[in-house]
Design a protein around this ligand. Structure first.
Ligand code: SF4
Length: 375
């Protein structure tokens, strides 16, 4: 059986956060049924192509998958299992907003096999949460974690954000400590990206909101590395930290370029050497469903993606695997670039892997460009 990861996009939210440009819409409760019926039809269309595959991971992302009625999640899992068998140790993650959880919902998720919850906490500062347009308070994050434990969840993630307008270092440190104190297994810490067209971008453009400069953002990233390491979380990807053995297996598939199939609007896939995605707009997806913008990956594309993605991970780029896949040593033609990057303390070669240092990860894009050279 070939391993496959399934991503299922649930594009509904209670309201729109100020920084968000994801494919997600508030006030569309009336579209839930039509949406899931379209998604189930899309799933069915894959039945033949998925023969010989086994789902190693399933990830409900969004949007806010915990907003919709639980039978939609249950039926999607049931239908997915009927199309592609799930591995015995399948990791099934559901993303959720702490303001949308109840004990009844959590019990229902457990019952249908969800074994990992990823909660969008973002901050433990109520003022910052409000300015981001989040619908929950810091206290509700703690309550959600307690409820999830009560329901039997043993694998929890909290998403956090730094580099926020008005965020001081001590606020960020308190958020990191509060997240770790809840004892979750995994923490993702993302730097705010101000996306065009969002209310946040308008506030920044008008001067109403001022984002911290690059030095301050790098200092916050370093604070995450240090504080979370002291609390027992290893950094295994630029933005991701886990207790030993609790790395997100689904996200590792993205970084290591395994096969994954995205279902639902705006969902991306990498399947059998092709990248494609579904229509981004909700109505476009409901009208037609299927994937668009197929990109057949050349070997040069595969090399470029491997450099970009594997170097995000602490494990790094597997040099023997590179030689086996592409037929040439990674170092060939890159000797000068590698020497410069090593001398600058940005990369290291260790135990057959090329790894970026702490500083190298801060300058990830520049390091990748140097490594790709004339690719
Ligand atoms: S809850 Fe998540 S997906 Fe929904 S609007 Fe906020 S950031 Fe976007």
């Amino acid at each position: 059986m070939k391993p496959l990861s399934l991503y299922i996009h649930v594009p509904f939210c209670a309201s729109k956060c100020a920084y968000c440009d994801f494919a997600s819409w508030p006030n569309r409760d009336g579209a839930w049924r039509r949406y899931f019926e379209a998604l189930w039809r899309e799933l069915e269309r894959w039945r033949e192509r998925l023969r010989g595959h086994e789902a190693a991971t399933v990830f409900f992302g969004g949007g806010t998958p915990t907003l919709v009625d639980t039978p939609y999640i249950a039926e999607t899992l049931e239908r997915a299992r009927a199309v592609v068998p799930f591995a015995q140790n399948v990791e099934i993650t559901l993303e959720g907003n702490p303001g949308t959880l109840t004990p009844e919902k959590l019990a229902a998720y457990r019952k249908v096999g969800v074994n990992r919850l990823s909660l969008g906490a973002q901050s433990f500062d109520d003022g910052l949460l409000k300015s981001l347009g989040r619908i929950h308070t810091a206290a509700q994050v703690g309550e959600a974690v307690a409820m999830a434990r009560e329901a039997g969840f043993k694998n929890l993630n909290l998403d956090l954000m730094y580099g926020l307008p008005g965020q001081a270092m001590d606020q960020w440190q308190r958020t990191l400590d509060a997240a770790a104190a809840l004892g979750v297994e995994h923490i993702s810490a993302y730097s705010l990206i101000v996306e065009d067209g969002t209310p946040m971008a308008a506030r920044v453009a008008s001067g109403e909101a001022v984002i911290p400069d690059d030095d301050a953002v790098n200092a916050m990233q370093r604070a995450a590395v240090d504080r979370l390491a002291r609390a027992g979380y290893g950094r295994y990807e630029i933005s991701n930290y886990a207790r030993p053995g609790r790395e997100c297996r689904h996200n590792l598939v993205y970084w290591l370029r395994g096969d994954y199939l995205g279902l639902g609007c705006a969902a991306h896939s990498l399947f059998e050497g092709r990248r494609f995605h579904s229509p981004v707009g909700l109505e476009d997806y409901l009208a037609g469903g299927g994937a668009e913008e197929v990109q057949e990956l050349t070997e040069a594309d595969a090399r470029e993606e491997t450099v970009m993605l594997a170097t995000r991970t602490a494990r790094g780029l597997d040099l023997a695997d590179w030689q086996a896949r592409f037929g040439v040593p990674f170092e060939r033609g890159r000797e000068a670039a590698l020497a410069r990057l090593e001398a600058g303390g940005l990369v290291e070669r260790r135990d057959g892997f090329l790894q970026l240092t702490l500083r190298g990860l801060e300058l990830h894009n520049a390091v990748v460009l140097e490594l790709l050279g004339d690719e």
